[in-house]
Design a protein around this ligand. Structure first.
Ligand code: ZN
Length: 724
């Protein structure tokens, strides 16, 4: 890090060295925790490596000062709380790093020296090395027993990782059963879980649409996705896996059984067993060829579609690896040749503010075009106004608290990020007249006041400033229309972003309802659509027909299409299921919105939390939103959500009462399930009640039921009976 006193090691006194080692141990430990446990690195990889190198140099010069908690003896951080721990059969390694070509040459020379006797004795002795890209993902170890995937774990601290078996099973590249033959009875396959740039972009766009979290880079997103408590979330993230090594490998009797004679052969075997391996692998017997391969991969880095942070060289023959052995916990026979961080210096020429569908004002940095890692960068994300000021999401300083000013010379980084970021400001080059950036308090699109809301839960100011213009804001209106017609919402053929933007600009549509009156208005208009740019009589008729074809949309799509903040597709479906009709939803939400204690009027729906409920009520509290919905409902009749009633179920026609606290479902879920099975759900026990489902804490209803001789069953018995 730039603020560390990088005195030459030889000039340091013992006291200086001791203090610096202490500081380094703390800094590296903090960085390890941020990186491995919280998936949120606070310093760049290059800075981190610099700290490690400095630490190594100091330890070498002052061996008597090596700390008991020395970072050089550590691989990563201990596992995070919450997942079961898994002890790896063979520890997962960390590699020594090489940064310069000379380090690679040294590595090859060291190998030659170590095996000199063999080289001299046997003219046919070949010392070969493999070179493979180092994937910037999350290391995982997969245990297969008799060819079946039984347990998967993160690296953790190298010895003990977290059990993420269920999450790993959702990754298509990971075979549940090995194909082919020749695999040991028990084998730990090692590899890297990663996320492609394409998937990362998709996720980011999706999240931006729903006002969700901001993903930093593919690596952290992959890590976060892999450590979800709910494997379905992991499955939805489309993670990938490259296999490249093994840990434990044993035959059926517990004897060690290396699965191949060389690393090269092993990777071929991995393919035949059904794993995906990286194509950019090379085998060579000299440093020049290895370095040339590194350069070749470096030039391809930007276009690979996934992040890599270097190239790994390994001694190819497994028997020779075993002979050469380890130093501390790193193998002598392998080394990681790291890429320099992809950074470039340029000038911040301006800051633009864009307005999203939910009114969020997002600043974007305009940069003097510069090439970073093979890609021309002209824009960088600035997230929000605090970010420009040098303040992070939790109030912590970023860029050492330095703000960004137009005219600043800045350092731009694409270290794995698809969207470039400004990592630093060169303060020496700040123009004397540079002014602090003043974030607009008015919406650049409509002039309405833009405010930062107080988050009720955290008591903090929301990091996002939002335009309060809502429906009068043209930027929000256009984004809302785009959302409304989108494929996953109303899905109107021939009406996409481009047409919506054009129609809005031409004054043809301003709100969703206008889409459905377009044909009638066009017939009366003298400025007919068929004469407009890019249209003809046929395409206009087709468009109008496509619009008419969507006048009876599915209820869940319709609710989602309304664009209520935090209401995504899943929530739309939950609401549709709960309310059944748009009228019922509108009536309930409106009543809740107008009530002092609205939350008590809005039903508790499993999967819908307070944030979503508040957001729905806020939507309905706005008269203009209600008016827009009502106008839309004049034109559109969403289909009622059909609940499939199975009349032949054992509870069909029965009257059921639920009481006490249910543990496996919410009360509304229980009610919905019973109704779906053809039962009638009542609120109180009477002589007409057939079944009382009583959870713990059941009181008077249970007593009444017992007095009346009504059948009483537990929640578990209920599930048994209905066969769920
Ligand atoms: Zn606005």
């Amino acid at each position: 890090m730039s603020d560390l006193p990088l005195k030459d090691v030889a000039d340091l006194s013992e006291d200086d060295a001791r203090l610096e080692l202490e500081r380094l141990a703390k800094a590296i430990a903090a960085a390890d925790i941020a990186y491995h446990q919280n998936d949120a690195p606070e310093i760049t990889d290059a800075d981190y490596d610099a700290l490690k190198r400095r630490n190594d140099a100091l330890e070498q010069a002052f061996p008597e000062l090596v700390r008991t908690d020395s970072p050089s003896g550590k691989v990563g951080a201990a596992p995070a709380e919450g997942f079961a721990k898994v002890r790896h059969g063979v520890p997962m390694l960390s590699l020594s790093n090489a940064f310069a070509d000379e380090d690679v040459e040294d590595f090859v020379v060291r190998a030659k020296k170590f095996f000199m006797a063999d080289i001299l004795r046997d003219p046919g002795f070949k010392l070969e090395f493999t070179a493979e890209p180092k994937i910037d993902g999350l290391s995982a170890s997969l245990r297969y027993e008799n060819g079946v995937f039984v347990k998967g774990a993160t690296r953790g601290d190298g010895a003990v990782g977290e059990d993420i078996t269920e999450n790993l099973k959702t990754i298509a590249d990971i075979p549940h059963k090995l194909s082919g033959s020749g695999w040991p009875a028990v084998i730990e396959i090692r590899g890297e879980v990663y996320m492609t740039h394409e998937e990362f972009r998709r996720l980011k766009e999706h999240s931006a649409k729903f006002g969700g979290q901001d993903y930093v880079n593919p690596r952290n997103t992959a890590a976060g996705s892999l450590r979800q408590k709910n494997p379905e979330i992991t499955a939805s993230r489309k993670l990938r896996f490259f296999a490249y090594a093994w840990g434990l490998a044993e035959d059926g009797n517990g004897n060690s059984q290396p699965p191949a004679a060389t690393q090269w052969d092993f990777v071929q075997s991995l393919r035949s067993w059904g794993f995906v391996t990286n194509d950019l692998m090379l085998r060579a017997d000299n440093a020049e060829a290895l370095i040339a391969h590194y350069r070749m991969i470096e030039t391809q880095r930007a276009s690979l579609g996934y992040d890599i942070d270097g190239v790994v060289y390994k001694l190819d023959r497994i028997d020779l690896q075993q002979r050469w052995g380890f130093v501390a916990r790193a193998p002598r026979w392998a080394i990681a040749h790291k890429f320099p961080a992809e950074q470039a210096t340029t000038i911040l020429t301006g800051i633009d503010v864009q307005v999203g569908r939910t009114g969020a004002l997002t600043p974007v940095a305009r940069l003097q075009p510069v090439t970073v890692g093979g890609v021309v960068v002209e824009n960088a994300t600035l997230h929000n106004e605090d970010y420009i000021k040098g303040i992070g999401n939790n109030g912590e300083p970023i860029r050492n608290g330095v703000d960004l000013r137009v005219g600043d010379t800045v350092i731009v980084q694409r270290a794995g990020d698809v969207i470039p970021q400004i990592v630093d400001v060169v303060l020496d080059k700040r123009p004397a007249d540079a002014q602090p950036y003043v974030f607009p308090h008015a919406c650049p699109a409509c002039g309405s006041e833009a405010v930062r809301e107080h988050n009720e839960k955290t008591g903090k100011l929301d990091s996002v400033r939002r335009c309060t213009g809502e429906l009068i804001c043209p930027a929000q209106a256009v984004e809302n229309l785009k959302h409304f017609v989108a494929r996953d919402a109303m899905d109107i053929d021939g009406l996409g972003d481009k047409q919506v933007t054009q129609f809005y600009a031409e004054g043809r549509i301003a709100r969703p309802a206008d889409i459905f009156t377009l044909r009638a208005r066009d017939e009366r208009s003298i400025k007919k659509l068929k004469d407009a740019d890019g249209f003809g009589a046929t395409s206009v008729k087709k468009l109008f027909d496509a619009i008419d074809a969507r006048r009876e949309p599915e209820l869940d799509r319709f609710i989602y299409a309304l664009g209520i903040r935090h209401v995504g597709e899943t929530t739309g479906a939950l609401l549709a299921k709960e309310f059944g009709t748009i009228e019922k939803f509108r009536e309930t939400a409106l009543a809740a919105a107008q009530h002092e204690d609205g939350h008590s009027l809005f039903p508790q729906i499993s999967g819908i939390g307070e944030t979503v409920r508040s957001s729905i009520m806020a939507f309905f509290a706005n008269e203009r939103n209600v008016q827009a919905l009502d106008d839309l409902l004049v034109e559109v009749k969403p289909k009622p959500y059909v609940v499939v009633v199975s009349a032949d179920s054992v509870v069909a026609g029965k009257t059921v009462v639920f009481t006490g606290s249910l543990e496996k479902m919410t009360r509304s879920e229980a009610k919905a399930m019973a109704e779906r099975l053809g039962a009638k759900v009542a609120g109180s026990v009477s002589a007409k009640t057939d079944i009382l489902v009583a959870g713990p804490g059941a009181g008077s209803k249970l007593k009444t039921a017992q007095d009346l001789g009504v059948e009483v069953i537990s929640e578990d018995e209920w599930f048994e009976r209905v066969g769920k």
